[in-house]
Design a protein around this ligand. Structure first.
Ligand SMILES: [Zn+2]
Length: 271
């Protein structure tokens, strides 16, 4: 039986959802900014639009530092925020409503106490931040000045998933059928290898910022999974496989479909 309160909640949710209309032209414009969405299968792309519409209905967007939010900004952010929850659905983002958008990098004043009890105050320049039980802060960059190889929205929302079961430690809530042991084995080996690559100043498949902590590594691996999936699969196949199960999508297969299979036997063709 559905109680009155639950019925009221559903009615209110449906009303809010009805109020959100996104034209085909707007979807296409926002998706045009996100070429990596082409790696998704057609049913995933449809689901992503549905989720994004519900996300816009449920969340509240604010422009900070005088940033003027437009429909295009909101739709573009919503599409990326919903990528990590294609399989899980929006329940993973329950319990908070705010998405705060900054025009470019912003500064968060920090206060930390060191081991000797001395308090240090400093300004941390960031692209985004996710607060447990609170809003997500993201910076918006126009295509021309976007930081390369970084997807701040996917990054922060991967942190939100990580927080679902407590600390940001690189271990989100896994679905039934996935093994925590297999996850930990893949991620700890991958993290170790990645930190060695970063220390040696090698070119890495992922943003070197991922070497900060296992939690950051999971977030940058999630960015790579959706934006440069073949690269991630090549360098960190075990991590790719864990993320494929976790996110319920196989973007590397899509990337190969979009760009064609690499030639298997280039140069060996006989005349
Ligand atoms: Zn982070």
């Amino acid at each position: 039986m559905i109680g009155i309160l639950e019925r009221f909640r559903r009615w209110r949710r449906a009303r809010r959802l009805d109020a959100v209309t996104v034209s085909d032209e707007m979807w296409e414009r926002a998706e045009g900014r996100l070429p990596f969405l082409d790696y998704l299968e057609a049913d995933h792309r449809r689901r992503l639009r549905e989720l994004a519409r519900a996300f816009i209905a449920e969340k509240q967007f604010y422009g900070a530092h005088g940033f003027a939010l437009t429909d295009e900004v909101i739709v573009t952010i919503a599409l990326q925020a919903c990528l990590p929850v294609l399989r899980i659905g929006l329940r993973a983002y329950r319990g908070w409503v705010g998405v705060i958008v900054y025009p470019g990098d912003f500064v968060i004043p920090r206060k930390i106490m060191d081991e000797t009890g001395v308090v240090h105050e400093y300004d941390d320049e960031v692209l985004g931040e996710a607060w447990e039980g609170g809003p997500v802060l993201v910076s918006w960059h126009d295509e021309a000045d976007a930081p390369e190889g970084v997807n701040v929205v996917i990054h922060e929302f991967a942190h939100k998933l990580d927080m679902e079961n407590g600390e940001v430690d690189g271990l989100p809530l896994l679905p039934a059928g996935m093994s925590r042991k297999a996850w930990a084995a893949a991620f700890s080996a991958g993290y170790e290898l990645f930190c060695r690559q970063v220390d040696a100043h090698e070119d890495t498949a992922l943003d070197p910022y991922g070497s900060e902590s296992p939690g950051e590594f999971f977030a940058v691996a999630s960015e790579g999974f959706f934006e440069a999936p073949c690269l991630l699969q090549e360098d960190f196949p075990a991590i790719y496989e864990q993320l494929r199960q976790f996110y319920g999508a196989d973007p590397a297969a899509g990337e190969r479909r979009v760009y064609g299979e690499p030639p298997q036997d280039a140069g060996a063709e006989s005349p």
